[in-house]
Design a protein around this ligand. Sequence first.
Ligand code: IPM
Ligand code: MG
Length: 363
Amino acid sequence: MNFKITLLPGDGIGPEVIAEAVRALETIARKYDHTFDFQERLMGGCSIDKYGSSLTDETLADCQSSDAVLLGAVGGPKWDDPNAKDRPERGLLALRKGLGVFANLRPVKVHPALVDASPLKPERLGGVDILVVRELTGGLYFGQPKMREMKDGCERAVDTLEYFDYEIRRVMELAFDLARGRRKKVTSVDKANVLESSRLWRQTASSIGTENPDIELEHTLVDTASMKLITAPASFDVVVTENMFGDILTDEASVLAGSMGMLPSAGLGEAGSRSDGEARMGLYEPIHGSAPDIAGRGVANPIGTILSAAMMLRHSFKLESEACSIESAVEQTVTGGARTADLGGKLTTRQMTDEIIKRIEES
Ligand code: IPM
Ligand code: MG
């Protein structure tokens, strides 16, 4: 089959990890007889430098008209000026919104061979297999008003945590569907003891729970959830939560996996949002950032991006065996002892990918 993929390498280590994910995808294309047409565009800080905008209309349109988008990372000290008109992160948020990818799937698994890479006690890590479903196009990141002003001689800043019931409903329904293919448990995370938006979140979760009696639903306050992620991580199956809570909890959860460099994500839109009537729009990105401290040295861990490419094969292209081929190659590579610096090893970004590609070819 033939698929058009827009690549947005972005800033920092983004181009380094995207180049390796492309090599893994090309291996899959050869082995399974597919054609991937890659088109590369600028987004983030590099786009500000070239076009004066972190995301141009043309780039967004190119993403919208492709079968899926694979993104590296954006941001860096060069564009960190708090007074700047545009920021790399603004482009990323505009892209997520523009593509309508309202749900961000962030799987967190602890690879047995990496238990020692985590600061947690090994006995806490057994059986950890969590899927965080982060709401991605609403909540505190997008609510209006969002502003600064002078009021009564003081400087005032406002962000708004806003949700419509339909925004909660669609991400919640997806979380329940995903739980059905797993261990059939959904933990809905909110702050319903304080926030009105969380009370709507909880009410909506409960009514979807009633519609899906085969799935166990538990409500957990976000502060408690952050504690349980460390004290009892194996107790979670699917976790569904507000945009910013999800951002924070997934960085925390990445500690379980030994390194943030290991974790992929898939941003998904409405079912049937694509012209072929069935597939969802998909934006795939590792959860890590642009890591300016190691950028340009070829030592970043490519696994988060390569696993994001596997999620793209599964969710956007329905190529389940191809996705599994990448995932098991990564699994075997890590079991075989291959380690980049973040995991305490010496392999370069390229060498780690070579190990993975070799196993895809052998499978
Ligand atoms: C993430 C990142 C982004 C977010 C930043 C770069 C805007 O932290 O994808 O988790 O907060 O969503
Ligand atoms: Mg984050």
